[in-house]
Write a protein that binds this ligand. Structure first.
Ligand code: PMP
Length: 435
């Protein structure tokens, strides 16, 4: 019923068990970093002999690398449904992408972000000129839209001309739940605000299209998208990016650097005795030698996912998720965390607690006794996990959990996450182990 997984690195690795012997490693921590697709690895290996510096060298391999690097940019643009005029900036990660955008905000921009977001989406805006407004934890997707709508309407009334940016995560890295991105974009645009989508968890599981969602920017990480070479992307509208100071100052971002004053050189920035004109376009924010392999691998992963068909991957993942949910539902001590209710659609990410078990102890036991790799803790989303576990104020969480087992249990959960390379056996083993 579920169908075969895509081949990934590590799918033949065995790990030692505490009781002796070994087991095939069950990687159920895709939400942290997904294993590389073997197709991506092979592609990178085929390119590696031709690897060279980009943009500067005149040698054949430099030229080839430049072409492959820029083709990678075009591939990512297509994968993300970029519109005419959208830019694709290569970064290190989603965290880096959102910090880049935070550094490019026009003066006085006010940023709106749900307090339940991943820290990478929650915290980069701390220096926003117009301040950061944290929106209360919503108990349903409809509430999320209504809360945002009201906050933006109030902002418009108070400061009709100040720019506003909304940052929203497409799929939660804690509950896996999908957020109503299209509706949130509409709400933002209704009030003249812009929206950046944190697609770190969404893009590996669902098609993400700037054109279809209408989002102004999207950020993602290659290492969660089956391309583990330290590259990420910020894609979207060019105007704020082209008007901003370069995120990194250095070689590659500069059009001209001359002695003299900005008065002698129109459009130039004064840096000491030098008048500096920065590039527009992605190069403006990509100073220094870029991560060519990372960009190449990221584009390769986009091609591989498109070839496999994201709809097909989603269908398979949903079958795995049903199996996992049914298995865990049969264990009365298990409580699955959810913000929007049990039936809310989600990607292959699920967190739970087990009554009487400390989450760390459980996660370690899964590893040592069953060869299963999961994650436990607060998942870089402390306010969200706090709200879900009932220790923080906010709107009432429909699934406030912990029963017994003491404070330790109450403050942490175990997260299982999977994707294109996950065989049914990994999910079944996890359920058996928990039971
Ligand atoms: N946003 C979400 C929803 C995430 O899950 C993560 C990674 N856990 C990030 C942002 C940050 O990604 P990275 O660590 O690759 O910068």
């Amino acid at each position: 019923e579920v169908g075969s997984p895509l081949p990934v690195l590590g799918d033949d690795v065995r790990v030692p068990l505490a009781g002796g012997g070994t087991a095939p490693y069950a990687a159920l921590d895709y939400a942290a970093s997904a294993p590389a697709l073997r197709a991506v690895w092979d592609d990178v290996a085929a390119y590696a002999p031709y690897y060279g510096s980009v943009h500067r060298g005149t040698g054949h391999l430099s030229q080839l690398s430049t072409e492959l690097f820029e083709t990678a940019r075009a591939t990512v643009a297509e994968f993300l449904g970029a519109r005419d005029g959208d830019q694709v900036v290569f970064t290190r990660s989603t965290t880096d992408s959102l910090n880049l955008l935070a550094a490019a905000l026009p003066a006085d921009t006010r940023v709106f972000v749900f307090e339940t977001e991943h820290h990478a989406a929650l915290l980069p805006w701390r220096r926003a000129g117009g301040g950061v407004q944290h929106l209360a934890t919503p108990a349903s997707p409809e509430r999320a839209v209504a809360v945002l709508d009201a906050a933006l309407a109030a902002h418009r009334r108070q400061r009709p001309h100040a720019p506003a940016l909304v940052c929203v995560t497409g799929a939660s890295n804690v509950t896996g739940e999908l957020w109503p991105v299209r509706e949130l974009v509409e709400a933002a645009h209704r009030h003249g605000a812009r929206l950046v989508l944190d697609a770190a968890q969404l893009a590996p599981h669902r098609a993400v299209s700037l054109r279809e969602l209408g989002a102004d920017w999207v950020a993602l990480s290659g290492h969660k998208l089956y391309a583990p070479f330290g590259a990420g992307v910020l894609a979207g509208r060019a105007d704020w990016l082209d008007a901003a100071e370069p995120y990194l100052a250095g070689g590659g971002a500069t059009a001209t650097v001359r002695r003299g004053t900005a008065e002698d050189h129109p459009d130039a920035d004064q840096v000491g005795d030098l008048a500096v004109r920065w590039h527009r376009g992605p190069a403006r924010h990509e100073a220094g030698s870029p991560n060519v392999i990372g960009a190449y691998a990221l584009a390769s992963a986009c091609r591989a996912l498109a070839a496999a068909g994201l709809e097909e991957l989603t269908r398979r993942e949903e079958a795995l998720l049903r199996r996992l949910r049914a298995g865990l539902a049969a264990v009365p001590e298990v409580r699955v965390l959810s913000l929007f209710g049990d039936d809310a659609p989600r990607v292959g990410v699920l967190s739970f607690t087990v009554r009487g078990w400390d989450s760390r102890r459980l996660a370690v036991a899964l590893s040592e006794r069953y060869g299963i790799g999961v994650r436990d803790g607060l998942f870089c989303a402390h306010p969200l996990v706090g709200a879900l576990l009932g220790d923080q104020p906010g709107e009432p969480a429909p699934c406030a959990v912990p029963d017994s087992g003491g404070a330790e249990t109450a403050l942490r959960a175990v997260r299982v996450s999977f994707g294109a390379g996950t065989p049914v056996e990994h999910v079944d083993r996890l359920v058996r182990a928990v039971a």
